[in-house]
Ligand binder design. Structure first.
Ligand code: HEM
Length: 227
């Protein structure tokens, strides 16, 4: 059977029911409950967003407009066991609903997304670059705002800033993967965050999640005087 046929056995009401049962249950969990209570300020709105999210994934509707990756990346102290616990509760709920099509599809997607959320979370926590410039520099120019459509090929390939130039890369939305060539290290920079690009460090940039970023360029005050 195709996914479309599976989807025919699943209604919007099934999805809304699944979301509501799941969050009712997770709010009572001793480990996960407090994280949600600390970060979800309007539960009615959260349930609408999450119903839109699951409806988009399972029924292909287009109501969901959120950004789960940066939102989870910003939560303090997540761990893989917490994601496993989230998944275990999710599987119990989808099992109890008694719709095998919904259960199969939702579980599969939840597992895939949990792995992705954790991957991004882990990378950004382990690897960080300075987000403030050293003293004695002054601003001298700015790049355009880059999106996946306008990101120049030369930034996707190995390059460095101009001699003596520091860049301050600010992610406006989405997620950027910044790779430093010599250490083969990837830095995940999420929406609202910034990193310093040091002079003479070969690197390349790509979008991990569609969005936009901009770079401000700085150089030492002495450098300007020599011009
Ligand atoms: C350790 C596991 C998880 C925790 C503690 C967690 C916690 C949270 C919290 C606190 C929010 C609200 C964030 C905010 O509005 O600023 C949220 C939003 C959300 N979560 Fe999770 N979550 C987890 C796993 C997952 C998984 C596995 C999925 C998907 C399969 C998921 C899907 C979403 C979605 C779609 C939103 C709404 C994002 C948006 O508004 O753009 N979460 N989560």
């Amino acid at each position: 059977m195709t996914d479309t046929l599976h989807a025919e056995h699943i209604s919007e009401a099934d999805i809304a029911g699944m979301v509501s049962l799941f969050y009712e249950r997770i709010r009572q969990d001793k480990d996960l409950g407090p994280i949600f209570e600390a970060n979800v300020h309007d539960w009615d709105e959260h349930l609408v967003v999450l119903t839109d999210f699951w409806s988009a994934l399972i029924l292909g509707t287009r109501r969901f407009k959120g950004a789960p990756i940066p939102k989870h990346a910003a939560l303090p102290d997540l761990s893989w066991p917490l994601f496993e616990r989230w998944l275990a509760i999710f599987r119990t709920i989808t099992h109890d609903i008694g719709n095998p099509h919904l259960q199969h599809k939702a579980n599969m997607m939840a597992e895939r997304i949990a792995a992705k959320l954790w991957q991004v979370y882990k990378e950004q926590t382990v690897m960080t670059l300075p987000d403030t410039l050293p003293p004695g520099l002054e601003y001298y120019s700015q790049s355009p705002v880059f999106t996946p459509e306008t990101l120049p090929e030369k930034l996707k390939a190995t390059h460095t800033t101009k001699a003596g130039t520091y860049g301050l890369l600010r992610v406006i939305s989405g997620i950027v993967r910044f790779t430093v060539e010599h250490s083969q290290t990837d830095y995940i920079v999420t929406s609202g965050k910034q990193i310093v690009i040091e002079p003479d460090v070969p690197h390349h940039v790509q979008f991990e999640l569609s969005g936009s970023f901009q770079i401000d360029f700085y150089r030492s005050k002495d450098h300007v005087k020599r011009d």
